[in-house]
Design a protein around this ligand. Sequence first.
Ligand code: ZN
Ligand code: ZN
Ligand code: ZN
Length: 453
Amino acid sequence: MKKHIRHIAVAFSLVIVMLSQSVSAAVQETDGGSAGAGTRWEYCAGILTLSGTGAVRSYGSKTDVPWYKYAGEIESIIVGEGIYSIGNYALSGITSLTGIVLPESLENIGICAFSGCSSLERINIPKKVASIKNYAFYKCESLVSVVFEADELPDISASAFSGVATRFTVGERDYWINLSGACGTKAKWSLNDGILSITGSGAIKSYSSRNDVPWHEYAGEIETVEIGGNITGIGNYAFADLKNVNDIALPEGLKTIGTCAFSGCTGLKEITIPAALTKLNIYAFYNCSSLNRVVFKGEAPDIATTAFRGATVKLEHPCSQQWEEISAAVFDGKVTFEDNGEHIDSSSLFYVGKTEPTCRQCGEAEHWECSVCGRFFSDAEGETEISEDELIIQKTEHVFKTGWSEDSAQHWHECINCGAKTDVSSHVYSSNSDNSCNECGHIRGIDLPIIIF
Ligand SMILES: [Zn+2]
Ligand SMILES: [Zn+2]
Ligand SMILES: [Zn+2]
């Protein structure tokens, strides 16, 4: 009997469950109406359907949208083929939405169309979409993937993905936009479309390994590094393994480059080191196998001997005693030094006054000469180099006496300064019996006949 009672109770409760289900089904009535010219909306049991041919109209704010009252309950949205525009605010603030399939017919995504869809994780943008308007995906903070089905990006407003760190897939490319964070007390980083930007001021912090660097996991997609003008230090490992970066401009106020800061940047070919730099730490450019030219703009910093290990590199530098004293021999790897003729301070330059030329020897123009490299300059700052040939002032003209000089055979005019001769000529006599030169008046001796016995 007890068994029977239990069976009856179970059957009774089943009836109640069935009854309550049919009651709730009755409550879930379909709601809907016009969504624009030629388009309709319909909501039923967590599903919003937009259908028809035309645009889902633009609204002035999300609260003007008729289906917004279901925003927290909408689990999926079906946008039918034939819809070519999702108007302003149309799907804004639907916080329960995690994914959506957009129709091939779609061409436009309006202002704030998906803004505040905070659970939306991925979306494919169909081929025909030509424009994505302002703030279209603003505050879609869960969005991790946007796949563009066309090979090129549509016209995307700069604010369309404002503040949303997400991954774009366009054709063969796959890259992050709007990734950012702090990388020092006052320094920030952001990664956008292959460009790593460091902004703010002070030093980029030192990391204890390359894996601790916040952008290291995206190293392969970084093609450009932009460092703000107020950054003064590059910490340990900061730019390690950025293999696709070919050149990088360092800010003028940069003072230190940390351990392994650029290690493994195998695409880096040249770099210019600003004059402010005082310290280049160990392994700073370790295994930068393409690096062949480093141009230092200032006085020699403290360069660790392992700084360029693994590279065959020429270090070009200004002329100074300090640079002169750095010996290539102490460096690891194939490091050579080349004085590039720039003179950043004039302390090694000494003045040489003018030497007047004479008819005997050339003179020399006034100039400045460097005691370190031996180069000549026409100015005290060492800015305009001149060659040794350019220093020469040619000899002056001879000053010839007006009267003749003579010997027994010839006459000539002679320079009063150096004795150089001009107009050299044999004496000229009118006949054998004329003993006086017609030109200079030289009197020749009377030769006595030689008597042969
Ligand atoms: Zn010099
Ligand atoms: Zn002379
Ligand atoms: Zn003569």
